[in-house]
Design a protein around this ligand. Structure first.
Ligand code: FMN
Length: 204
């Protein structure tokens, strides 16, 4: 059984929805398990309330907290983060910055790593968020997997859609009211299944 962790941060729920789709994709591949985990929040309850994120976060409060120790149990880790100024969110950065000991022991070397993301706007940094995230995964010796163009939904032109060869993405809209579209969720499921198939081959 290949164990795949989906480690995410989400403030308003878009990345959580994408993470569930990624997990569905993983589970569609025989012999692969998916576990959703969220990195710890750094923002106070008071500020979350002020920014209207408290209710959204309550919807996935049941998802267990990721721990650095448990990362090494996974055969593959698929990370999800909203964009912050074209980079990963600080909550994710903070979590990864606690992996020094794991890095030193080579605990993630040879494991599959993959990233999906969310932005408010179409050109707000989805690709920079994912590719800059890849640097950390490469330092850990992970094998990076994206979304190849055999996933034809990447070519969609008849609607506004996220999705890139670097990883699945969604567009939240300036006020966060847009939810992940069916095309974006399908690409997220593809990414989960693609990572699972490659991981199963590597761990056979
Ligand atoms: C401090 C901050 C910085 C942000 N920076 C960007 C950005 O550079 N580009 C962009 O399109 N959206 C940006 N956003 C919007 C978030 O990426 C958006 O709220 C997020 O993708 C929604 O995902 P979530 O519901 O999982 O939190 C920013 C939001 C915040 C709070």
């Amino acid at each position: 059984m290949s164990k795949i962790q989906i480690v995410f941060y989400s403030m308003y729920g878009h990345i959580h929805t994408m993470a569930e789709a990624v997990a569905d994709g993983v589970r569609s591949v025989g012999g692969c398990s998916a576990e959703l985990l969220q990195v710890p929040e750094l923002i106070s309850e008071e500020v979350l309330e002020k920014y209207g994120a408290k209710a959204a976060r309550a919807a996935f409060a049941h998802i267990p907290t990721a721990t650095v120790e448990r990362l090494a149990e996974a055969d593959a880790i698929i990370f999800g983060t909203p964009t912050r100024f074209g980079n990963m969110a600080a909550q994710m950065r903070n979590f990864l910055d606690q992996t020094g000991k794991l890095w030193l022991s080579g605990g993630l070397v040879g494991k599959v790593g993959s990233v999906f993301a969310s932005t408010a706007t179409q050109h707000g940094g989805q690709e920079t968020t994912i590719t800059s995230f890849h640097s950390t995964l490469l330092h850990h010796g992970m094998i990076i997997v994206g979304v190849p163009y055999t996933e034809q939904r990447l070519l969609t032109m008849d609607e506004i859609s996220g999705g890139s060869p670097y990883g699945a993405t969604t567009l939240a809209g300036g006020d966060g009211s847009r939810r992940p579209s069916e095309n974006e969720l399908a690409i997220a499921r593809f990414q989960g299944a693609h990572v699972a198939k490659i991981t199963a081959r590597l761990t056979a």
